[in-house]
Design a protein. Structure first.
Ligand code: 13P
Ligand code: SF4
Length: 389
């Protein structure tokens, strides 16, 4: 059997998401400082190939699964956050790491690589709205609240990779660990061997889904810490009784999938398998058939039998690529409306060409360099993640 990919319909925000403007209030950086080639330049693919060939072994290009096809074609390796962190750490010979992903991933790559290596993010405005939901000052204030409630000592901080280097540094200074969507259960198991409760940053959904669906905790064991409310909106007793203190953060892309999307696709496509990322809301993950990181999603589709039907709840670039790569399976997007990650999409071919050509010219554009003290503590928490059993 063959199936055709049906493009989800445009939403009012779709054009903005893919546009070239920037929103300094919500993103990490503002604008690319250089002369970008126009997207209509018919030679962009050839220019990227020539620049990359000139750089040879000196450059290593990493591409997250949510990147556009036009960029992914130049990635030396593609992966989820965990795989890319490991790949960055395993390339001590590459002078330049060009990170086609978002800011927190490039920061982690800088922390995990040697001082002689330079990490480049082709567009500084490629941030992450979830990472922006936990600022260091807010997390330090929360830790004081926990200290006043008498629970900080028995609390282990765990941060999702999708957080700034500052937050990873905080976690490293306080005996915690970084996790990704592919090792969250292992990270929580490690943390509960060392403390009575976990402060989980910044994605409430990954924290709740892992604790309840994989570790056997109850929803009542989890409380939500709102950094915008005094004391997080929680009493000292609630903090003392909690097993999981979840930071009130979420992914604006995965947060779009609802229980209605799951029910609707099950009605429309009998026998469909619903496969979602753990950044989705708890009720969506509970109603799904399978849940896992982007790497897990890819492996699941690769192993699926021909003729099977899959509704996938994750970023659209990845779902579309999977649909095109597996025409013998019926693959659809879980939501009927467009759902790109606007910041991942900021890395486009003009930015990649510009970054590579700058490197060829002997200039290092958009270098991501974490300050040494933050990097040292963040590395402790990242190394702990890489060493998880
Ligand atoms: P991974 O599945 O790569 O952990 O990530 C999902 C994501 O949202 C990356 O920003
Ligand atoms: Fe951040 Fe969500 Fe985009 Fe990932 S998909 S970079 S978590 S906003």
């Amino acid at each position: 059997m063959t199936s055709t990919w049906v493009e989800p319909s445009d939403t009012a925000t779709a054009l903005l998401l893919l546009g070239r403007g920037s929103d300094p209030a919500t993103e990490r950086g503002v604008e690319c400082p250089g002369e970008l080639p126009p997207p209509s330049d018919p030679d962009l693919v050839a220019r990227a190939a020539v620049a990359k060939a000139k750089l040879g072994q000196r450059v290593f290009v990493l591409g997250h699964h949510y990147q556009r096809d036009e960029v992914i074609q130049f990635a030396d390796v593609t992966g989820d956050s965990f795989k890319l962190a490991r790949e960055a750490a395993a390339r001590p010979d590459a002078e330049y790491i060009v990170f086609c992903g978002v800011h927190f991933m490039a920061e982690s790559a800088d922390i995990l690589t040697t001082d002689a290596q330079q990490v480049v993010l082709p567009d500084l405005a490629a941030g992450c709205s979830m990472a922006d939901m936990a600022a260091l000052s807010q997390v330090e204030a929360a830790w004081e609240v926990l200290t006043d409630a008498g629970v900080a000592e028995m609390t282990v901080p765990v941060t999702y990779m999708n957080s700034s280097a500052d937050i990873k540094g905080f976690v490293g200074r306080n005996g915690g660990v970084v996790c990704t969507s592919s090792n969250a259960k292992r990270a929580l198991t490690w943390a509960f061997e060392r403390g009575q409760r976990v402060l989980f940053l910044p994605d409430q959904h990954l924290g709740r889904n892992t604790a309840v669906l994989e570790m056997g905790f109850d929803l009542d064991d989890c409380v939500l810490y709102d950094p915008h409310k005094p004391g997080g909106g929680l009493t000292a007793q609630q903090l003392r009784e909690a097993k999981m203190i979840l930071w009130r953060g979420h992914c604006s892309v995965h947060g779009r999938f609802t229980l209605d999307s799951v029910n609707e696709v099950r009605m429309r496509v009998p026998g469909v398998n619903v496969l979602v990322h753990p950044e989705c809301r708890h009720e969506v993950v509970t109603a799904a058939d399978r849940v896992g990181s982007t790497e897990y999603i890819i492996k699941t589709i690769e192993a699926a039998p021909a003729g099977s039907a899959w509704a996938i709840g994750t970023e659209l670039n990845l779902v579309r690529r999977l649909a095109l790569a597996h025409p013998d399976k019926e693959i659809m997007f879980l939501d009927r409306a467009v759902c790109y990650c606007s910041t991942m999409n900021r890395i486009d071919l003009p930015h990649l060409v510009w970054a590579l050509e700058e490197l060829v010219a002997g200039r290092v554009p958009n270098q991501i360099a974490v300050d040494p003290s933050t990097a040292r503590h963040a590395r402790t928490a990242l190394d702990q993640m890489l060493a998880l059993p």
